[in-house]
Design a protein around this ligand. Sequence first.
Ligand code: SAM
Length: 360
Amino acid sequence: MLLLDSAPRATLWLPMAAASLSASLAVTSGSQLRDSHGRVIHDLRVSITDRCNYKCIYCRTGELGALYPELEIEEYWRLIGLFVSLGITKVRLTGGEPLLRRGLIGLVEKLAAMRTVAGEPLDLALTTNGHLLDSLAGPLKAAGLNRVTVSMDAVDEDVFERITRVKGSFRTVLGGIRAARAAGLTPLKINCVLLRGFNDDQIEGFARFAREENVVVRFIEFMPLEEGRLWTPEIVVPLKEIVARISRTQTLVELPPREASETARRYTFADGVGEIGIIAPVSQPFCGACSRVRLTSDGKIRTCLFSQVEHDLYGRMRAGASDAELRSYIARTVHGKEARHHIGEPGFLKPSRSMVHIGG
Ligand code: SAM
């Protein structure tokens, strides 16, 4: 049972016994989560498993499976609730592959009933490889999920299967994307990690795909977060090159950012139909505007993708820490968030976990 041990201010829907009383209980929260660099942290990414059914070449070796334990669904709910009571407004479920996680729909239902410090529903999103989305899009929408981002690294079937290393994956994902759009999990975003020599020939095709399928395609620069050793500066396809490539055949019009912490540079086409975004953490880092913090599937807080340390929130919860103690731990941990990453600098160290085990 969740204990309330601080004076009330903001409203939060709470799990377990509280839910069975079908009452919203008020808990104290600080105003906003801030780090020591003055950034407001309002975006929480939660990995609910580090298992994955794909073996994307830029992410997994294909030899390692899951490495970390998963928490009970109620435990994620409780931990997320604590973050929300401190000012988080946006929660993205990820993994591993989150659609593999049993209890996902129930978790989404519970999160959809939570309220932010300001009393608003959470902005609730999920990132998936789309393999199981065809059948789950409807139930996820009905449970209260707002949006999905689907990872899709090629518009050519052969290239796609070479990257995911799963036969038949392309058509399955395409079906998932269409099911998500039909279910209203929109705006639907497609993430594509570009690797020189693997799928950089897909850029122009993706620009067409964005328009034809009415989806937002976002190209992501490859970061050194893979399980193996593929990353080099040369394999990264930088923002400038992507823009130049598309501009050879289409007129791109840059769109203004919607919020200060927007990670993607956004573009539309001359006729305003379709949108592409470019997320350039390597060539044009946006750490100064970062609003994110992450919770791994085993309940560790990571304040940066490239953190060298993890903070064992779940360990404290399991040892019996009160909500007030856990909140204070979260606030202190977030306060110590790193100023920036050091990709490409001398002495750069990869983090101990790769992307699939952190939660992208
Ligand atoms: N399985 C889900 C998926 O495929 O979207 C969620 C987890 S996946 C780790 C989350 C996102 O991280 C995906 O969009 C994936 O393409 C991206 N990603 C994985 N490794 C990456 C890397 N080394 N650099 C940049 N993005 C990466």
